[in-house]
Structures are given as structure tokens and as C-alpha cells.
Design a protein around this ligand. Structure first.
Ligand SMILES: Cc1ncc(COP(=O)(O)O)c(C=O)c1O
Length: 462
């Protein structure tokens, strides 16, 4: 069980807060995040790398997308971390969340000038994913009369590694990392760098290479770090004298709980975070030296998402109704006031996507199997035929390990307002995001003008 959870007197606690009391006080469905657990995970990640990379600074740029709460960003930045953001919305979130601009890494969806401009103006550095984006940065930097600090996102090729991906077990990682869209195709990268080497408007500060959560085997990360430096060497061949100030290897480290909804292959013994840190740092050092680079002064950056957040939150739901069929196919159901559409999952799952605990009956014996189902008109088979204590309306179910990529995936199916999130600290808790209201579900709806003015001419082909 996660370090912030405990069972006391038969009831689930998150930090010092009784989870059932949280459900009653704030209402359900509800996400509850343990702040001290987030802090502890961050410190562990930071230490794992700083203890092993003595050549330059280590920066942890926590992936905004995994847990996009402004209050959480404030805590993470107070703890000294920065932020990896994707696109204009996340850049706005990082700024509003109080992130120090120099520790914001703007990646992805920068195909519009506005985000590049805002990033450069604020002093954030821009990660580019195509030569077109490089040109955009040059233009915006010229217009602002400021030098843009750029990172190039590269696609290392894991030439001799024939392991399959945990995301899509039918494919090899070397295949997937080449065919997935992100990263500048190497055939476009090298001529682009040659061109950038002539520009006075940009400073090429480093290389970004996010692989993702393809594997828990350290040799995959060893190969990734190795081939990343190999590419850095090719970049230098286009830009004589250049060497990276920053190497950013992105996120993708497994969470300790290993219960991620987007990962198909779980449950095998993988490496610890400390082992990843050890393999990555030793490989980077030796490969940099092999290619004649001096690691001294090189900043190492990581962008953890799931490894930082997954096990820090629970999702609370209340049992609203219980049904039983005695005929044909005997079966029992407990219907909860949450849904697969709040949990980033869907379809008829045959295995539980999360672990769960009956928060107010944590030590009660099982009285047999039942389905725990959600509340929309879908089948909502969240947990199929699982052993639980006798359940009655009012009981509180806690779904565990819901801290990463769950809340931001929540949708409004059946016009349901999305759940809120509380932050828990010691024996205190308060909203970080209040629940949505029904009127907000329809807040963007409008009526086309021709409903009221049918005689007004059509506008589409003017
Ligand atoms: C550029 C980048 N950095 C970091 C992350 C975080 O990855 P994870 O949550 O697997 O650690 C992602 C996730 O997609 C990403 O795209």
C-alpha cells in the first residue's frame, strides 16, 4: 500500500485523514492527493539522480500533464522543481502555478507563434519538434530582439535492442519510438542543426529525448542514453564546436505501484528508480567521454510524471445502490457514484484497473463476490466479481493509485459534472479544484444564428 495510506481501526486513512470522513465532508466522487507523499516522491527522484550525477546540476521538471493542478504546481515549485509543459494551456498553468520561468520547458504543440512568443518573453526555453518550429522560434526571437533558448527533441534509434514495449506488447520499442510522431526525424534534424548553427537569434542549449514508459528493464534505458549521446555527436558534426549544456531524458519511469491505466504489461520485476538513475548516469558519463565530450558542467534533466504522482492519490466513491439477481445468472452489483469516464478508462474490462479498499470496512471479511460498477449508462464494469464485505448504500470505496493521468482525462459523458480534488496534508484537507457544476457542463453551448434568423444568407462560401 502507498506510504500515505494506512488502516486504523478498520478504516482507511490518507495521511492523518479518515478517507470516509473526507468523502462525507467534501462529497463524492472525489480525488484526494497526499501532499506529503508527492513531496517524498519528488525528493526520492531528485536524490536518486543528484547522488549519481556529480558533473553538473540535476533538474526535475515535473510533467504538468500528469497532475495539472495549480495548487500542486505551487508545492512542487516550492520544493525546487520545474515543469515540463505541452502546449499553450499547460504553459499558462505553469505560469499561474508559480513556476520559475527558467525552469519551464515548453514542449509540443508550439506550431503557433503565440506560445513561442510567450515562452521567449517569459524566459522559458523552447523544445522544438520540427524544423518548422525552429524557423518559428528564429522569427519570434528576431521580432522580440531576444535570443531564444532552444532544445531539440531527438529520436534516438535503439539499433540493437529487440525488446517489446509495455505499452503495445506486439511491437518492439525501437520500432515504436521511431514510428510515434514525437521527436525530430533524424533525417530532418541534421540539416536543421546546420542551419541553426548560423543563426544569431537562437542558442541551442541542449537535447531532449523522452522515450516514455516502454519498459522497466534498465538495459532499455542504458541503450536510450547511449544512442542519445550518439545523436548528440551527430549534431555536433553539423555544428562544429557545439556541445550540450543540458541533456533532458524526459519521463517514463515506472511508478512504484505499477498500476498505470495506459500500460498493458505490468507486474514483472523491474528496476528501482535508483537503478534507473545509476544506469542512466553511468551510461551518459561513459558515452559522453567515448565521443570526446566533457560531462563536467552538463545539466541532467528528468521529467517524471507517473513515477511522481501515480501512488499519491485515491479516488473516493460512495455506494448508492445495491442489486442482486437470483434467477438465470445469479449476480450482485454495488453501484457507485463514480464512473469510468472520470477515470480515463472504458469498455468492459476483465481485470480491475485499480486496486480498491472499502474505506469504512477495511477490516471486514468478504461476504462473496459482486461487481462494483459506475453510474453512467455504460456497462461500467469497474471491478468484475470481486470479493468485498457486505455492501450497503453509504459505504465508501477508495480506488488507489489514481494520481497520474486520471483526473485530467475525466469527461462529461451523460452530462455529468466532473469530480473535484482535495489536497491532504497531515490531518488537514481542502479543495485544490472544486467539483464542476451542471451549469458549467453546458457553459460553452450556443445556438447558431440561423436558428433565430433563418432568412439571413448563408456565410460558409462567401
Ligand atoms: C515530453 C514528456 N516528458 C515527460 C512525460 C512524462 O512521462 P511519464 O508520466 O511516463 O513519466 C511525458 C509523457 O507523455 C512527455 O511527453
Amino acid at each position: 500500500m502507498s506510504t500515505s495510506l494506512s488502516i486504523r481501526g478498520g478504516r482507511l486513512f490518507i495521511e492523518e485523514c479518515d478517507a470516509t470522513a473526507l468523502a462525507e465532508r467534501f462529497g463524492t466522487p472525489l480525488f484526494a492527493v497526499s501532499l506529503n507523499h508527492v513531496r517524498a516522491n519528488l525528493q526520492r527522484i531528485k536524490q536518486a539522480f543528484t547522488q549519481r550525477w556529480s558533473f553538473g546540476p540535476v533538474r526535475i521538471l515535473c510533467a504538468f500533464k500528469a497532475a495539472p493542478l495549480l495548487a500542486l504546481r505551487r508545492i512542487l515549485s516550492e520544493e525546487g522543481s520545474g515543469c515540463d509543459v505541452f502546449g499553450p494551456g499547460e504553459l499558462e498553468g505553469a505560469i499561474r502555478g508559480g513556476e520559475q520561468p527558467s525552469l519551464i520547458s515548453v514542449n509540443g504543440d508550439i506550431t503557433a507563434g503565440a506560445i513561442v512568443r510567450r515562452g521567449i518573453e517569459r524566459g522559458a526555453r523552447i523544445g522544438i519538434d520540427s524544423p518548422r518550429e525552429a524557423n518559428l522560434c528564429v522569427e519570434e526571437a528576431k521580432a522580440l530582439a531576444r535570443r531564444a533558448r532552444l532544445m531539440v527533441r531527438v529520436k534516438p534509434f535503439l539499433a540493437d535492442l529487440a525488446l517489446n514495449s509495455d505499452f503495445l506488447p506486439s511491437m518492439e520499442i525501437r520500432e515504436l519510438t521511431q514510428v510515434i510522431k514525437y521527436g525530430i526525424p533524424t533525417s530532418e534534424l541534421l540539416p536543421m542543426v546546420r542551419q541553426l548553427s548560423q543563426s544569431e537569434d537562437i542558442e541551442l542549449i541542449g537535447v531532449h529525448a523522452h522515450m516514455g514508459r516502454h519498459s522497466k528493464y534498465p538495459e532499455v534505458w542504458q541503450a536510450w542514453a547511449h544512442h542519445c549521446v550518439e545523436l548528440i555527436d551527430q549534431v555536433r558534426q553539423q555544428f562544429p564546436g557545439w556541445s550540450p549544456q543540458i541533456i533532458n531524458l524526459g519521463g517514463g519511469f515506472p511508478s512504484e505501484s505499477d498500476r498505470d491505466t495506459d500500460v498493458a504489461v505490468q507486474g514483472y520485476a523491474g528496476a528501482t528508480l535508483e537503478k534507473f538513475a545509476s544506469v542512466i548516469t553511468t551510461t551518459l558519463e561513459s558515452t559522453l567521454r567515448k565521443f570526446g565530450f566533457n560531462p563536467e558542467g552538463v545539466t541532467l534533466e528528468l521529467e517524471p510524471g507517473r513515477s511522481l504522482h501515480t501512488d499519491t492519490a485515491i479516488h473516493l466513491a460512495t455506494v448508492k445502490n445495491c442489486k442482486a439477481e437470483q434467477l438465470h445468472r445469479p449476480r450482485r452489483w454495488a453501484e457507485m457514484d463514480t464512473s469510468e469516464v472520470f477515470l480515463g478508462i472504458g469498455g468492459l474490462n476483465d481485470s480491475p484497473p485499480f486496486d480498491f479498499i472499502i474505506a469504512n470496512k477495511a477490516d471486514h471479511p468478504s461476504d462473496g463476490e459482486r461487481d462494483l460498477v459506475g453510474m453512467t449508462c455504460n456497462a461500467e464494469l469497474l471491478f468484475s466479481q470481486v470479493a468485498t464485505p457486505n455492501l450497503v448504500p453509504g459505504d465508501v470505496v477508495a480506488l488507489l493509485n489514481t494520481g497520474a493521468y486520471i483526473e485530467p482525462m475525466a469527461a462529461n459523458f451523460n452530462s455529468l459534472p466532473r469530480p473535484g480534488t482535495v489536497l491532504v496534508q497531515g490531518n488537514d484537507a481542502d479543495w485544490a479544484k472544486r467539483p464542476e457544476r451542471v451549469e458549467e457542463v453546458f457553459a460553452r453551448d450556443t445556438e447558431p444564428y440561423f436558428f433565430a434568423n433563418p432568412e439571413k444568407g448563408a456565410t460558409c462560401n462567401d
